[in-house]
Design a protein around this ligand. Structure first.
Ligand SMILES: Cc1ncc(COP(=O)(O)O)c(C=O)c1O
Length: 450
């Protein structure tokens, strides 16, 4: 079953008109914002929403938000994982309200810092932690530390990964084995092939070849790719990657920012991985900016070995607001009261239900797509079978089709991420929310096949 492109274009036109008609207040705000904000949005990627403009939000709570035109949405985007806790979880809000009255940012530690460090130790089994404001920063700092410790210049990432706006990571591998700046890479400081090697996920042979010259400080990896659709590791991939990184003296940095969807200790604890460094951002503070990165005792002692007190504030690892009292209060409450095992016990069955609903429609209409799940995150890809690496997943992308499905959902009160086709569950997401998506997705599929 192939999708008729002229049908798709006319359905998209209809949905675009419906969106504009239904959102006059968002449209007015967008026009007003266009006079002070570049492209009318606070951040460049907000242009990517499938409507002519993004819906402006009035308020959000739990699994839902309401826009300024009064439409209520089931939020399956959840701030692309920043609000995986559900919007404004009560425990986090209470802690933030209380802390905001007692000081927001001090450049001094508070008791919550030690508490959160201990909680992260317990969850991830890594003994030493530091804080940053974003997962991007936590990744950047981990890379710097890896280069310092190993005295090696390069890092290695997997093709079509995303680790935030980390210069070294915006590189794409081509079929002929060459690599260059990723499409859309804005003003790269240097050609990323100077700083970075890139191989396909699940390619242990390629990984070994890249590590062999012993010039790679660290591998920066998500345990399953989540930013090009979901790409699962093949059996033995993680064990192989760990063995090879050890063999060639390369540190293994596991970025759990999205794969925390697997459980309270992320993919690392669920599958007993053994990273040298672990990064966790986005939902760690229930949406309040904050991130953490942790290391083994060996890495910690290497970091401290030639510590330079005089220059430690200008060494390229910083952030005036990092580890601030408000973030830490939010993290403490979120980790202890929101992102708990019992929350995952509710979220994961919802993702299974979502996957079943999508699968049924795919089968009913004979679409050459498939749906896959990782913990409380699920995603459909426009290819009939599971993919094994970033290139295969990227090849399956279909921007026009993706936008149509996103807009179709948005017009019927469901928000998916604006990038690929991801749905994330929060502790507040209900079976009713999921069944609403299943009905809407089925209707969209039916219209697409005619
Ligand atoms: C795996 C992963 N790591 C890091 C980041 C960066 O997070 P932030 O944009 O909050 O810095 C992202 C963002 O999508 C991500 O998906």
């Amino acid at each position: 079953m192939t999708i008729d492109r002229s049908r798709l274009a006319s359905l998209m036109q209809r949905e675009q008109e419906r969106f504009v008609d239904d959102h006059p207040k968002s449209r007015a705000l967008f026009e007003r914002a266009g006079k002070s904000l570049l492209a009318g949005v606070p951040m460049n990627w907000m242009r990517k929403w499938a409507g002519a403009f993004p819906p402006f939000v009035r308020e959000a709570k739990g699994a839902h938000f309401v826009d300024v035109d009064g439409h209520r949405y089931v939020d399956l985007c959840l701030g692309d994982t920043g609000a995986m806790t559900g919007h404004s979880p009560s425990a986090t809000v209470k802690a933030v309200e209380e802390q905001a009255r007692r000081g927001i940012t001090l450049m001094l530690p508070v008791e919550d810092a030690a508490f959160v460090g201990e909680e992260l130790q317990r969850r991830f089994h890594l003994p030493f932690w530091q804080f940053a404001l974003t997962a991007t920063d936590a990744n950047r700092f981990s890379i710097r530390l890896a280069r310092k410790i190993t005295r090696r210049p390069k890092i290695l990432v997997f093709n079509w990964c995303y680790h935030g706006t980390v210069d070294e990571s915006f590189i794409t591998l081509h079929e002929d084995g060459s690599a260059s700046a990723r499409r859309g890479n804005v003003g790269p400081p240097v050609d990323p092939s100077v700083t970075t090697k890139v191989v396909e996920f699940n390619d242990l042979r390629g990984l070994e070849k890249a590590l062999l010259p012993r010039d790679v400080a660290c591998v920066l990896a998500e345990p399953a790719l989540t930013n090009v659709g979901i790409v699962h590791p093949e059996p033995g991939f993680h064990a192989g990657m760990r063995e090879l990184t050890r063999k060639y003296g390369t540190l293994l940095v596991i970025d759990e920012t999205h794969t925390i969807c697997v459980g309270p200790g992320g993919y690392t604890r669920a599958e007993n991985l053994d990273p040298d460094v672990l990064v966790f951002g986005k939902p760690i503070g229930g949406g309040v900016p904050g991130a953490a990165y942790g290391f083994t005792a060996t890495v910690a002692s290497l970091i401290s070995a030639d510590d330079n007190l005089e220059d430690c504030d200008v060494g390229g690892i910083g952030g005036t607001l990092a580890g601030n009292a408000l973030s830490l209060a939010a993290m403490r409450a979120t980790l202890t009261e929101v992102l708990t095992q019992s929350a995952f016990d509710r979220m994961i069955p919802m993702a299974e239900r979502w996957t079943d609903g999508v699968q049924q429609a795919i089968a009913e209409f004979g679409l050459p797509w498939h749906v896959t799940r990782l913990g409380c995150r699920a995603e459909y890809l426009f290819v009939g079978r599971p993919v094994k690496n970033g290139a295969e997943a990227h090849h399956a992308m279909d921007f026009a089709l993706e936008r149509f499905l996103h807009l179709y959902c948005m017009n019927r009160g469901i928000l998916l991420t604006p990038f690929h086709n991801m749905a994330l569950m929060s502790p507040a997401t209900s079976a009713e929310d999921i069944d609403h998506h299943s009905r809407v997705f089925r209707e969209a599929a039916k219209e697409l096949v005619g």
